[in-house]
Write a protein that binds this ligand. Structure first.
Ligand code: DQA
Length: 147
């Protein structure tokens, strides 16, 4: 059984209420439910972590190896400027997939750059909640190919 940790950064706890025209109506709990259902069909075990705090996200990434085979992360606004999260991702041996609900390339200029994507195996952006499902599938495939 492949184990994938899904990490959500700041303000993603407000999904369903926050800028619904950009991020949609589903809550984070709704998305976690969809991911859990799909993952169980694919033989993937998922864990969830959300924090508004950069250091807590660094701790979650550092703690993943040994407990999880891969990480899927939506770093929220930290995507665009957190070198600490980038370094945490670069520090772990397990694959990390970056995901976004919105297409960050099609929004404000500051969102078009991710400082984290380059140390991830890849980035999925713009598919709404489906980005989470695609991220888990991508992570599971990478792990499957490696082991
Ligand atoms: C986001 C995009 C980020 O620019 C933004 O700060 C978020 C959400 C997304 O999922 O589309 O909080 O990561």
């Amino acid at each position: 059984m492949i184990r994938v940790l899904i990490v959500n950064g700041p303000n993603l706890n407000l999904l369903g209420a926050r800028e619904t025209e950009v991020y949609g109506d589903l809550t984070l709990e709704d998305i976690e439910g969809l991911v859990t259902d799909r993952a169980s069909k694919d033989g993937v075990e998922v864990g969830f972590f959300q924090s508004n705090h950069e250091g807590a996200i660094v701790d979650a990434i550092q703690g993943a190896p040994g407990n999880y085979d891969a990480v899927v992360i939506n770093p929220g606004a930290f995507t665009h400027y957190s070198y600490a999260i980038r370094d945490a991702v670069a520090s772990v041996e397990i694959p990390v997939v970056e995901i976004h609900l919105s297409n960050i390339a099609a929004r404000e200029e500051f969102r078009s750059r991710s400082v984290i994507a380059a140390v991830c195996v890849g980035q999925i952006s713009g598919f709404g909640p489906e980005s989470y499902l695609l991220g888990v599938t991508a992570a599971a495939k990478v792990v499957g190919e490696v082991s």
